[in-house]
Design a binder for this molecule. Structure first.
Ligand code: ZN
Length: 279
């Protein structure tokens, strides 16, 4: 059986910060990995001082698309599908009100486009988002809601008959940052007398309130590429910033996995380290 994986993301750069090592892991194993991205990231702040230049600000969506193509190539994605909505911006910003913002997209229209992509790519495994209690970006919440609805609708021939023959994917997962992972990385940093960038993040996630982890995918051989993909988003990522303060060897020694929570679909006996286990 040819294995296929579809990852649904809100903005260019999300594919490189959530489950990126996992995509590289599966593309190395011969799995066809396909990316769906909802928006062009037009509201992203330029977070890298070296890239905050007028010619980049004026062409941000084109620049971000080039960054996306470069990152997807590093991770081994076979194709990118762009839904073409506009970035809705952070909660309570003016961009929330625009008619072309993803948060205001007509549900039936957005679902029809998503279902058509699922039916043409025929993935067994889809990655969506959890409910993002700790990062309530309107576009991330919309991906959470629509990914669950599209997962259910794709296999139902009564829904969206014009979107191609029904295809029922087996599992929908969300990449999650588990408390176990944050604690392991935090303690590994402290044990090496390094300053931990996770102190504040851990305070925001009370014990027992994070999403449960159903599968941990090994990223031993792909962490370097995941970080390279994130760096390819040069406007959005400060190369001296948060994500890069934890040395790779600390990650590999303390928690060399990415965590996933099963949102919907087959929960039968699987494999604790494989999203496709038992399928
Ligand atoms: Zn995002």
């Amino acid at each position: 059986m040819e294995q296929r994986l579809l990852a649904i993301h809100a903005h260019p750069d999300d594919e490189s910060s959530k489950g990126a090592g996992t995509i590289a892991h599966y593309s190395d194993a011969g799995v066809t990995c396909v990316l769906m991205v909802a928006t062009g990231g037009e509201e992203g702040d330029i977070l890298n001082p070296a890239m905050d230049r007028p010619e980049i600000v004026a062409n941000l969506s084109a620049v971000r698309d080039q960054e996306l193509v470069a990152a997807a190539d590093i991770l081994g994605y076979a194709r990118i599908h762009r839904l073409g909505y506009r970035d809705s911006g952070m909660p309570d910003s003016d961009a929330n009100g625009r008619a072309d913002a993803f948060t205001n997209a007509e549900e039936t229209e957005a679902l029809a486009a998503m279902v058509a992509i699922i039916r043409s790519e025929r993935p067994q495994v889809i990655l969506g988002y959890d409910d993002h209690e700790y990062y309530p970006h309107p576009d991330h919440l919309r991906v959470h809601d629509l990914s669950i609805k599209a997962f259910e609708a794709a296999g139902d021939p009564q829904q969206f008959p014009e979107a191609g023959p029904a295809w029922a994917p087996d599992r929908l997962f969300a990449p999650v940052f588990s408390r176990d992972r944050l604690v392991a990385l935090h303690e590994a940093m402290l044990a090496r007398d390094l300053e931990s960038p996770l102190t504040r993040w851990l305070e925001r996630i009370p014990e027992g309130e994070d999403s449960p982890v159903d599968v941990r995918v090994p990223i031993d051989s792909t962490l370097t590429r995941a970080r390279d993909a994130l760096r390819a988003h040069a406007t959005q990522v400060d190369p001296d910033g948060f994500w890069f303060q934890i040395p790779e060897e600390v990650v590999l020694d303390s928690y060399p996995w990415e965590d996933f929570h099963l949102l919907a679909g087959d929960d039968g006996p699987g494999d604790p380290h494989d999203l496709f286990g038992g399928l």
